[in-house]
Write a protein that binds this ligand. Sequence first.
Ligand SMILES: Cc1ncc(COP(=O)(O)O)c(C=O)c1O
Length: 396
Amino acid sequence: MNTKKIIQFHKSSILHDEIKEVVDTLKSGWITTGPKTKRFEEDFRKYIGCKYAIGLNSCTAGLHLALAALNIGEGDEVITTPITFPATANVIIHQKATPVFVDVKIDTLNIDVSKIEEKITSRTKAIMPVHFAGHPCDMGKIMDIAMRNKLSVIEDAAHAIESEYNGKKVGNIGDFTSFSFYATKNITTGEGGMLTTNNDELAEKARMLSLHGISKDAWKRYGKEGFQHWELFYPGFKYNMFDIQAAIGIHQLKKIESFLKIRKKYVDMYNEAFEDVPEILPLKIKGRIKHAHHLYVIIIKTEELNADRDEIMSEIQNNGVGLGVHFRTLHLQPYYQNPNPKSKIRNHRLYKRGMFPVAEYASDRVISLPLYPKMSVLDVKYVIKVVKEVIEGFRK
Ligand SMILES: Cc1ncc(COP(=O)(O)O)c(C=O)c1O
């Protein structure tokens, strides 16, 4: 392969309308949380069809606020998946609670719901499913388990803004759902997130906690309604979205379904192209769902080849194709392997290889291929050609 083509793993689609809105915000004299954040929250709330949407500086912040609003803390356990970004489990630990991992299913890399109940103890307070790559988890079963065991459900929907489960939009199912607008996500505000809920009390508490735990938003305090003192109700966090972010988000949201249409077309191209490559296992679509197609993840059956995942990745990258790994399983990361002898808090467990065989198999074999609207059909064809040639070169 002798060509100079370079395809980045991701490029954002920021166009003239986002730029114009940001400039308008900068010139307006009000750049932190204010009218544009309110507008973006309202647009997002309508898109999801939920009662409350709280603009934040990240999805991580939303997951953390959800736990805090639900009073999940020291001694509590939260069930989640090890095939996720560290943020999902980190926030559980920030609350001094314990993440309890459950293995995933090989076809979607979502949590294996049949293994959740055996992990429930008297300390379990919540389930935190992750809609991996944009494929919603089996929320019917998760909500049923949660109801029978009186557990809360906090959905990590960092990948799943457009997703639906059995005709219901993600963001309307669990107690809280947290979305991400990080730079590589389906729509972006650079950094940013949104927390949704249909519960009045939880919404009020999460919103207050998102801005120090005080009762009035700053932009209202200095507004036309006359001066109002704030009051402190909780020692909260500084997690608010601000208007420069929201200015981008307002216009990104308008394009969300047209972006998805392009990604879906590329997913179909990838799926079709890899049908005749027995060493490549693309993920599957299971049940009556709408997939957000955030990532295109393949599992390479390296046991059938002469190279491991990292060697295969290096060869693909040497041919100009940017790649990602989503994810190397959390339970084999140093933090979960080595106990901190000084820690008095029971907030991590010792995990060993062999405990989650499916997560471990996938962890050593997953590769994410480029998938974004700024790619052209020719780019997708080039990625396919490179991946196929590299796999062929490593055949036994
Ligand atoms: C599954 C998952 N959860 C949470 C996050 C955190 O999102 P954010 O960067 O918006 O905090 C990410 C980010 O990549 C993610 O992939």
